[in-house]
Ligand binder design. Structure first.
Ligand code: GLP
Length: 254
């Protein structure tokens, strides 16, 4: 993997948007794996800006999102469908029919998971997968576990995750207990992975993920084995890596 140091959140977002823009420019019908959470919000804003300036065309782009809360409809303002429409899709010339997110209202989890795996396959795989990282090392909603889940599955959200996502709801009790998420194999099959980490709350898990053992206890650690993984992290998120490895540069290749 290669780690790029960003001086702050804006710098991180601009770098990420440049990489995604290059992907779109080089392949106009790219399949983009997209992420939610607060980290990619400014990256999406930068992409919208590039679209408005006439530099990007999303008309042939297809997207597939990592995850969705089970039990929330796409109209619920905390669903990931609502989030994606709100922060990106409604501002660019993407065809909504080409955007995919698990259906949070599908009760039959086996049915929904196999439908979603089929969608990924029918798209011919993911060209570039954007990721954030949870404070406990989760990617998508692949929570710390004793094994890596391969494909889309229903997950019981970790207490840590529900507490940290409570800031978007009126109380922790309103945070859904379960979610649908792509699995680790779906993510590892992507041609490129772009993981973003911002803020000191991610510093320990970022170090553990990329400098520790590969273990399902820290799901992001599997990315050490991805042949084309780029990490962009701002200085607060890099604090522990800098301290423990002595790395002082702008680019770290491993
Ligand atoms: C959520 C999402 C993840 C995201 C993570 C971090 O739980 N399912 O895809 O990476 O939280 O969120 P944030 O970027 O707000 O720190």
């Amino acid at each position: 993997m290669t780690i790029y140091a960003a001086k702050d959140y804006l710098d991180l977002s601009r770098k990420a948007a440049n990489i995604i823009s290059a992907q779109i420019t080089l392949k106009r019908n790219s399949v983009l794996g997209l992420a939610t959470g607060s980290t990619p919000v400014e990256t999406y804003r930068q992409l919208i800006e590039k679209y408005r300036q006439g530099d990007l065309d999303f008309s042939e782009i297809r997207t597939i999102n990592l995850d969705e809360y089970k039990g929330l409809s796409g109209e619920h303002n905390q669903s990931y469908r609502y989030f994606m429409n709100d922060v990106l899709f409604s501002h660019i010339n993407i065809d909504l029919k080409n955007t995919n997110i698990p259906d949070g209202l599908e009760e039959d989890s086996e049915k929904e998971c196999s439908r979603y795996n089929q969608v990924i396959r029918s798209m011919g795989g993911i060209d570039l997968q954007l990721l954030g990282i949870g404070g406990n090392g989760h990617i998508g909603f692949n929570e710390p576990s004793s094994f890596f889940e391969k494909e889309t599955h229903l997950v019981a959200l970790a207490e840590h995750t529900r507490k940290s996502n409570a800031r978007f709801f009126t109380s922790v009790d309103e945070v859904p207990t379960h979610a649908y998420t792509m699995g680790i194999k779906n993510i590892m099959d992507a041609g490129k992975v772009l993981l973003l980490a911002s803020g000191e709350a991610k510093a320990i898990t970022l170090y553990d993920s990329f400098f520790g053992f590969v273990t399902p206890e820290i799901p992001a650690s599997i990315l050490q084995l991805h042949p084309n993984c780029i990490v962009i992290a701002d200085e607060p998120a890099l604090a522990v890596i800098r301290e423990k490895t002595g790395w002082e540069g702008a680019v770290y290749d491993n």
